[in-house]
Unconditional design. Structure first.
Length: 426
């Protein structure tokens, strides 16, 4: 396939740029040993295998990657034969998940290419998996931004750059590969991803890319709800506040979380409260305090829920459910997640009320969401995660402080007694 098959990419066609081992700072020791094992085994069987995507970008920047994705010319079936715990996933494009003990999954994907317009128009049944596989160059050009299209060859220690990602990294900019208008029209989630990378890495958005964002922003809301929800989860798996600020500044929140987004974008006071809670969450995250996804979402939605609850005495669950429906979020939250968030929010409201009035329905302690709700409540009420031995009972004065919380009085320092010298007999 020649570059002219990609009319949109004519402008960004450039010769491949390869950095030798001594010309970059990516340290092999920072790569997950299981990822190295996969690379080694694929290469041993004669396949090309590179580390790719966010991992290479992050390692070159001295950051800790979230995951280590691998790309290869081996087909999913060939990958499956080489490893014990492989699951092939994906309907249109199949890729391999290699499972490791402890729940770790490493994604191994075959080099892939974007279909041309002509190919896109054929009936889906005619699109065979073979048609979707590509060369390393094609794989680079189907990626979203240039800084994500870098490959690391662990055998030679080389960094391979087809799309100008190295230059963008050194210029600290996020640039869509190809014509931003075409790439955003193809997939508007890329708009969000551009904004995310710029915010997370404190990079500039390249001019043409930035100009296309407001033009295609509304398209974001038309993307599949489940995909938008998956992308939203990614915001909560790292530092959330800087990206939420950026999404708000670009007017994208309204296209992701509907009316919540509109309110967050127009009501500074409300968003100020959301921001403060997200800062707490981000601080807890840097201090390795683990929060579940439902706890994080409950924290995020608390300022809104608090205003929904104001003056409501009836079935809070129904009230919350109705208000959530009315928000018409484009990101579709799974039913179970919505239920969990709602349960936590309702319990938090009850805990806050109990703290005010001194009265509590202690039967609520039996609820499965009581513990997560207490953790969220503590962050909202006290601005920090609950210390491990603090319980709601203790805060309500129902239980005494655990023994380890009782500070032992400092030992009294006595001067060593002087031995009396026996009297000399007179
Ligand atoms: P993170 O640090 O958040 O994991 P990442 O760059 O690895 O960042 P992923 O969401 O894990 O992001 O995606 C892996 C890679 O897949 C990206 O680096 C990018 O090259 C490619 N990619 C993901 N989404 C898109 C998209 N919508 N269009 C084109 N390429 C994409
Ligand atoms: Mg990733």
């Amino acid at each position: 396939m020649s570059v002219t098959d990609y009319p949109d990419f004519e402008n960004c066609y450039r010769p491949v740029h390869v950095l030798s081992k001594s010309e970059h700072c990516l340290n092999r020791a920072d790569i997950d040993p299981d990822a190295l094992r996969i690379l080694y085994r694929l290469q041993k069987h004669g396949f090309i295998a590179y580390l790719c995507g966010g991992a290479v970008r992050d390692l070159l920047m001295g950051r800790k990657p979230k995951d280590f994705d691998i790309v290869t010319d081996a087909r999913p079936g060939q990958i499956r034969k080489r490893f014990a715990n492989v699951y092939i996933i994906g309907r249109r494009f199949r890729l391999a998940h290699v499972h490791f003990p402890g729940g770790k999954i490493i994604e191994v994907s075959t080099f892939r290419r974007d279909l041309t317009n002509v190919e896109e128009s054929v009936p889906p049944a005619e699109i065979t998996p073979e048609l979707l596989y590509g060369t390393p160059r094609e794989d680079a050009f189907r990626r979203d931004v240039a800084i994500n299209a870098l490959y690391y060859d662990d055998q030679t220690g080389e960094i391979i750059d087809y799309a100008g990602g190295l230059e963008d990294l050194s210029e600290r900019r996020v640039r869509i590969i190809g014509d931003p208008a075409v790439r955003f029209a193809e997939d508007a989630v890329r708009i969000w991803r551009v904004v995310r990378y710029a915010a997370r890495l404190s990079f500039e958005i390249e001019e043409q890319t930035a100009r296309a964002i407001p033009v295609f922003a509304a398209e974001l809301g038309t993307c599949a709800g489940s995909r938008l929800y998956e992308e939203l989860n990614k915001e909560f798996a790292g530092q959330t506040r800087p990206v939420l600020d950026a999404l708000r500044a670009h007017g994208l929140l309204r296209h992701i979380i509907g009316r919540f987004g509109e309110e967050f974008e127009t009501d500074d006071e409300l968003f100020g409260r959301v921001r403060a809670l997200l800062d707490l969450k981000d601080r807890a995250w840097t201090e390795a305090y683990e929060m579940t996804r439902e706890e994080m979402y409950a924290l995020f939605f608390w300022p809104w829920a608090e205003s929904v609850f104001a003056g409501e005495a009836g079935d809070l669950h129904a009230v919350l459910d109705r208000a959530f429906d009315q928000a018409k979020t484009q990101a579709v939250f799974p039913k179970k997640m919505r239920m969990d968030i709602a349960q936590i929010l309702i319990l938090v409201a009850q805990m806050k009320k109990a703290l005010r009035t001194g009265r509590m329905r202690w039967s609520l302690k039996k609820r499965a969401h009581f513990e997560p709700a207490f953790r969220v409540f503590h962050m909202i009420e006290y601005g920090c995660p609950a210390p491990p031995e603090t319980t709601f009972d203790i805060l309500m004065g129902r239980e005494s402080q655990p023994v380890s919380h009782i500070v032992a009085p400092p030992p009294i320092k006595r001067r060593p007694r002087r031995r009396r010298r026996p009297r000399r007999p007179q």
